[in-house]
Design a protein around this ligand. Sequence first.
Ligand code: UDP
Ligand code: MG
Length: 138
Amino acid sequence: MERTLVIIKPEAVIKKLAGRIISIYEDNRLNIIHAHRCLPTKEVLAKHYKALQGKDFYDSVVQFMSSSEVIVLILEGENVVNIVREINGSTNPLKAKPGTIRYMYGETVQENAVHGSESVEAAKEEIEIWKDLIRFEI
Ligand code: UDP
Ligand code: MG
């Protein structure tokens, strides 16, 4: 069964939005097969955001994502990667469709409440990158 990696980002955890966000995934019939709260290490973030290395916002994103604890979820279901991307909404909350998580709870392009893997392949890589930190046994 297809899996994806979701991160409820620091500002959303601080604002106590995790329960609301998790409910949205469950309302869409996705299964939470793992959940773990942790402080991301810069080592894990460097691997997770390797595609962004060289971008002007790279250092800022890594700094933000390691600034406070996040909640990492692994969700499972048919077509879960695309369904989660749809539910999360556009990267920029101001461009996200009404009803999406980023529309409702995102603050800025950087502090946009949630991460969701971009493809099945990326999801597999990300689960591998995060598995030790989140104590997930594949
Ligand atoms: N990001 C940012 N500034 C930008 C683009 C992205 O701070 O101009 C951050 C934002 O937190 C985003 C993350 O970097 O979620 C990863 O960027 P990506 O383009 O992969 O967006 P996503 O897949 O998260 O929608
Ligand atoms: Mg991305």
